[in-house]
Structures are given as C-alpha cells and as structure tokens.
Ligand binder design. Sequence first.
Ligand SMILES: NC(=O)c1ccc[n+]([C@@H]2O[C@H](COP(=O)([O-])OP(=O)(O)OC[C@H]3O[C@@H](n4cnc5c(N)ncnc54)[C@H](OP(=O)(O)O)[C@@H]3O)[C@@H](O)[C@H]2O)c1
Length: 332
Amino acid sequence: MKAIQYRSYGDYSENRLVELPRPQLLEGEVLVQMRTVGINPLDNTFRSGHIYLATPQNLPRIGGQTGAGAVVETKSEAFKVGDRVFVRASGFGLVADGTWREFVPVPAATLSRIPDAVDDDYAAAYLAGAGYLTGYLALTELASFKPGQAVLAPAIGSAVGMETVQVARRLGASLVISTAGNTQKAKRARADGYEHVIDLSTESLKDGVLRITDGRGVDVVVDGVSGRVTGQALASLAFGGTVVIAGYAGGRDAEVNVTDIIWKAATVRGFTFRLFAPETVAAANAALLAYLEEGRLQPTISKVFPMSEAAEAVRYLIEDRPFGRVLMHAQH
Ligand SMILES: NC(=O)c1ccc[n+]([C@@H]2O[C@H](COP(=O)([O-])OP(=O)(O)OC[C@H]3O[C@@H](n4cnc5c(N)ncnc54)[C@H](OP(=O)(O)O)[C@@H]3O)[C@@H](O)[C@H]2O)c1
C-alpha cells in the first residue's frame, strides 16, 4: 500500500510517498480503507521536530491524525465491511502510525460511523483540524461558557477560529467575533455568513472588538493564533473574562499588558487534550456529531490534494493561510 512516511525530522519534503506492506489486523481491530485524510498544523510541528514528542524513537512515522474511510476487513462485532467511519485514535500520526496511508488498522472502540448525509471529504474536514472539539471543550470545560455571552475566536479561515465560531453559535452565544489577516479573507468570510469579522489589515483586534461590542469586550476568547494576538485578546476581554490559549500559529512569544489581566480579573487557561477524561471527550464528540447531523456545523474545505502531493499540501496549509481545511485523497 502507499503511505506518506517521514524517516527523519525536517522540512516539508520529509513527507515521502513510500510503498509498505498492507497491515495485519489484531483481535478487536478493523481495517479501514482510507478515502480522504486531514492535515493538521500539529502534523507539521511534529515532522519538523519542534515538539517534545519528536524523538528518534518515534521514527520512521506515517503521518496523519484523522480521516474518513470504509471498513474492508473486521475482527470486531461492532463494524461490518462497507461501514463508512471516522478514523482518529490517540497518538495517530505522532507516536503511532497514522492515517496517511491506503489501509489503517484501527481499534474498533475508537471508530464512529459517518452519517449518510455527510460525504467523505466533509467527514474528513469535520475532523481535520480538531477545531470543533477544541472549541467545544474550551468553551464548556475551560471557560464555563454560558448562553448569551460574547465570544472571540481569531482567524476565521482556521480550524480553531472558524469551528469555534460555529460551536459558539450553536451553544447560544449572543455575539461571535473573528478576524481575518487580509481584506480578501474578511470578505470571503462575510459572504459565508460570518457577520463579525475584523479585518486586521485595516483595524486592530482590540479596536474591532470594542467597536462591535460597544466598548464592553468579550467574555471568552478561544485562540489558536497567539503571538501578537495574545496581548490584543487580553485587551479585548470584558471584566471577569477568560482567554483559552490553544495554539501558536502566529508565534510562541507574546507581549501582554498585565493590567489587562489584573484590572479585568481575567482568567488565562492553556488548552491541551491531556486535561480531559476520555468520557469528557467522548461526550463532546457525541454532542458535536449531533450538531453536525442537525446541519448546525459547516465543515469547510479549502483544497483537496492527492496524497502523492503531501509535502506541498502541508506547505499550503502552513504558509498560504487558506480559508478552510486542507485534505488529501488517499486513493488514486
Ligand atoms: N492545544 C491543542 O490541543 C490544539 C488543538 C487544535 C489546534 N491547536 C493549535 O492551534 C493552532 C491553530 O490551529 P488551526 O488548525 O486553527 O490553524 P490553521 O487552520 O493553520 O490557521 C492558522 C491561522 O492563523 C493565522 N495566522 C496569524 N499569524 C500567522 C502566521 N504568522 N503564520 C500562519 N498563520 C498565522 C492565519 O489566519 P489569518 O491569515 O486570517 O491571519 C491562519 O489561517 C496550531 O498551532 C495548532 O497546532 C492546538
């Protein structure tokens, strides 16, 4: 079978197309023929060696944390051949071989069925950036979000930004604000129904939030950008507000005015999946799947590449700042 594997930590070109044996199944596992797989910025962080998990013991590694496929062989009663399934399992693409291959052996307990109305590409987009799960857990578990509150999730084109906005709307936020790094992206977002998008090429984040909220600020920020956004996000908070920091697409270093923390009695929380019990994550996934089936979530696809172009696909996600998820077709 074809797979995308890297044998050392390095630049995009380490994502190499290789030929490997088709995997054998263990008891309780299901063999899934992957159709569409997702790319997540963490795949890039990991392959470039910029994370504590990136050790020589974790090489070689097949990348990819998520995807959509169909069952072709099963050693579990829970799934039959032909079932369409969401694929994601703990450590996939990081400390265990992942989804960027034609066939993936998966513990049945980690699989769930894809609703008939959701095609393979949208199913893969739903999982790709983990933005829905991040947004939901950040709001409900870390920020004690309540309906009626105002939420800011910067970077409307991104997984964390766009998907948190959708989740916050579904959870009953009074107002949901995001940002775009350029005017073209801001226009595209507004055309897609995202009403409050601050164009950061013409207005600062703080000024935009204060304008939209009539000077009050937002109750919750869920941020995957950091860097220069962090100080502005704290400055955009209402009294008693919470900033949940999930990622650092815009930089690891931030400068903050500490009076924004002190005078607003602000809470700053770091988001990592390690915080949550498996039951909490399972309940979040069930709630999100129900929202998806209701049509209240809109997974958005920027571009689908053939898996043979994995190096370019990852570069595109990281450098071109697309509007929506970046996917690969696993079959040729
Ligand atoms: N802690 C966790 O468990 C967790 C969960 C999910 C994601 N994350 C992390 O959160 C971060 C965001 O993930 P994502 O999937 O939402 O990212 P993404 O889809 O790749 O989008 C990142 C966005 O950040 C904005 N940005 C601002 N400055 C940037 C810069 N210098 N370079 C690149 N982008 C910049 C861009 O929007 P504009 O062009 O509009 O500025 C870009 O679209 C990543 O670091 C990811 O690893 C962490």
